[in-house]
Each structure stands twice: as structure tokens, then as C-alpha cells.
Design a protein around this ligand. Structure first.
Ligand code: ZN
Length: 294
């Protein structure tokens, strides 16, 4: 398979380096299928590029991104995609075969990763927590601490997770349970400062325990890794547009507005989970809407 790796790091400052691993970019969902409150009169798709909307398929295009973060004393992986070889129920995720692991190992030895964190425990953010080895799911990062927000672990028995498992297949069994079985899991409460350069902050909405990763250097934020605070370009123009798969829609809108405002007001780039068109997003205001600069 042809590598989809980015040639250059996304962010380089004196103490922070961030590389992206791009697992997939695919037309995935119809507009009504994905958004709970889509209105064609309010959210026209004619302005969207082909890496945002596939007009022939009538589906929004979503990518799946992971981030490798290096700060002094700590190597972190944020979000681990869908993963290969999984018995997922949706055909687009079933038995995927991407070069995610090859992209990773071109950047770093998995033994050198200190911490793994998922912005939230949805199927498409935990997959490469594990890999298949001799028919067993084993941790991809054998020396890492895998951090799980207590709110996400507490929610695993709730209706929203049960529904997610029913839609997707049992990703907990192959992507989360083996990490606990290996003794590599640690439960944390957000906010959590991992180093002076790296903080995990609450960003509730897509799930109750969703976190945003803040990178700080020389006293200022140099990037926010935003997971599923937003999913698609249509939400810049209308932050109230919300995914059907978000557990807490009102909190999702509030978090999205807060994060968009910080980017527009401070110039901080947003590194998103599913935006294909822009590896690093710089937003500006347009009234009470936002748009991507440049
Ligand atoms: Zn996602």
C-alpha cells in the first residue's frame, strides 16, 4: 500500500514536536445519517471541496488521524484510529488493512512511547491500542502507560456505549480490555498536567469524558489536539450542527464554540480527529461563525 504519511511534522517549536499519522480518508456518512440537525437550507454543501463532501456518493468525507507528540521527557500517542483486522459491523471499518503501523514505526520505535491516550473511547480512537500477534490482541506499545479518563471508564456500561457496541461491534474486547489485562492501564481525572508542556483538559460533548490535549511552549499554547470536538467543515459555519453519535449534544455545542473561539482569538492551530482537508486548522471569526484561514 502506498504510504499516506505526512512528509513533515505538523508542529515544531523548541520543546514540542507533533507528527500526524493519517489512517484513512473516506466518504463515510450521508448528511442526515451523521448530523442530528442537518438542514440543507442552512448548511449547503455546494461550497465544500471533494475532501469534505463526495457529491457522487452524497456522503461527507472524514479522515482518521492519530498524533505522535514529543515533549522533553515524554513521548505521547493521541488517538489510535480504527485499527487493522477488526470484525467491525460497518463495512468501511471491517477488516481494514492500512499502513498505520508502518507510518508509526517510521517515526518512532513503539517501545519508546511513554503514554497513550484516547480523546474518548469511541471505536475509531482506540483501535491501534492493540495489534494482532499470533491470534492474540496485544498492546501496540508494551512499555507505555495507557491513560483512561475515569468518566469514560465509568460510562462503559451506559446506554450510549451499549448502542455504540451494537452499531460497531465489540471494540472494547479487542482494543481496551487487553490493555487492562496487560496491566498497562491507568485511570485519571481531567484536567491532568502530564508535563509543563502537556495537559489533558475536559472537552465534554461527544462523550462525557472527552478530553482535549493542550501543548504549551514558552508560556503559550502551540496546539490543541481536539479529537471529536468537531467532525466536519460544516461545523465551522454552524457550531450548533451536531453529530448523532455525540452523547451530550448541548455540551458538544458549548465545547465546540469555546475551542473555535480560542483558535480564532489566539491563533492556536487545531489538530482534529476527522478533518481531511487541513492537517492543522487556523480559524477566524466571521460574525458568530468561523472559517478556516488561508
Ligand atoms: Zn471519531
Amino acid at each position: 500500500m502506498e504510504s499516506t504519511a505526512d512528509a513533515q511534522p505538523l508542529i515544531v517549536t523548541p520543546n514540542v514536536r507533533i507528527d500526524r499519522i493519517l489512517e484513512t480518508t473516506l466518504p463515510m456518512f450521508g448528511l442526515d445519517e451523521f448530523f442530528a440537525n442537518y438542514d440543507p437550507a442552512v448548511h449547503p454543501v455546494v461550497t465544500l471541496g471533494p475532501d469534505e463532501y463526495d457529491a457522487a456518493a452524497a456522503k461527507i468525507v472524514l479522515s482518521s488521524s492519530s498524533y505522535l507528540v514529543r515533549v522533553p521527557g515524554l513521548v505521547l500517542v493521541v488517538d489510535t484510529g480504527v485499527g487493522n483486522s477488526r470484525d467491525r459491523l460497518r463495512p468501511m471499518f471491517r477488516q481494514m488493512d492500512t499502513d498505520w503501523y508502518e507510518q508509526l514505526t517510521a517515526l518512532i520505535d513503539p517501545d519508546d512511547v511513554d503514554v497513550v491516550v484516547s480523546t474518548h473511547l469511541h471505536m475509531d480512537h482506540v483501535g491501534w491500542n492493540t495489534r494482532l500477534d499470533g491470534g492474540q490482541w496485544i498492546p501496540t506499545f508494551p512499555r507505555a502507560r495507557y491513560l483512561f479518563n475515569r468518566l469514560e471508564i465509568d460510562a462503559l456500561g451506559d446506554d450510549s456505549v451499549t448502542q455504540s457496541l451494537a452499531r460497531n461491534g465489540d471494540f472494547v474486547a479487542d482494543s481496551i480490555t487487553p490493555v487492562f489485562d496487560a496491566g498497562l492501564a491507568e485511570v485519571f481525572d481531567a484536567p491532568l498536567e502530564l508535563t509543563a508542556h502537556l495537559r489533558l483538559e475536559p472537552g465534554p460533548g461527544d462523550t462525557a469524558g472527552h478530553v482535549v490535549v493542550r501543548l504549551v511552549d514558552e508560556g503559550r499554547t502551540v496546539a490543541l489536539i481536539t479529537g471529536d470536538v468537531f467532525h466536519h467543515a460544516l461545523q465551522f459555519e454552524d457550531p450548533a450542527l451536531t453529530s448523532r453519535f455525540s452523547s451530550l449534544p448541548d455540551e458538544a455545542v458549548a465545547t465546540r464554540k469555546r475551542v473555535f473561539a480560542e483558535s480564532a482569538d489566539s491563533g492556536v492551530p487545531l489538530l482534529a480527529g476527522h478533518i481531511a482537508a487541513h492537517p492543522a486548522l487556523y480559524l477566524e471569526r466571521e460574525g458568530d461563525r468561523f472559517r478556516v484561514m488561508g
